[in-house]
Design a protein around this ligand. Structure first.
Ligand code: FE
Length: 132
């Protein structure tokens, strides 16, 4: 497993720019249907925008209609961490990058087969790399 990535808030701010910093490091959420990937269908891998770790595959992406890129599972179970999020008066499961602790989005149990899960992820937390 890759080594943990740790940077100061200032370093992340510099690296990511204000919008990505707010989402990835401050647990923000992009507006639905505004991100780069909700309607993106190329074959390839979606990497962490902060540390470059491959997190999701186009093979697990589906059209959820929710306005955020949605996947039935991560590329490997140990790529992400899931933890309870009680913010905004809701009980949700937050999804983070295991390598750098970036906030990615949330996972819900209303997804399609085979997992029944919907990993609802901010486009801003991802960087796509197409299959060559
Ligand atoms: Fe990361």
């Amino acid at each position: 497993m890759n080594e943990k990535i740790r940077r100061s808030d200032e370093e992340w701010k510099q690296q990511l720019g204000p919008e990505r910093y707010e989402i990835c490091r401050r647990k923000g959420t992009e507006h639905p249907f505004t991100g780069r990937y909700w309607n993106h269908h190329e074959p390839g891998v979606y990497k962490c925008a902060c540390c470059g770790e491959p997190l999701f595959s186009s093979e697990d992406k589906f059209d959820s209609g929710c306005g955020w890129p949605s996947y039935t599972q991560p590329i490997a179970a140990d790529k992400v961490v899931e933890q309870t999020d009680l913010s905004y008066g809701m009980v949700r499961t937050e999804v983070l990058c295991r390598r750098c602790d970036a906030h990615l989005g949330h996972v819900f149990d209303d997804g399609p087969r085979p997992t029944g899960l919907r990993y609802c992820i901010n486009s801003a937390s991802l960087e796509f790399e197409g299959t060559r």
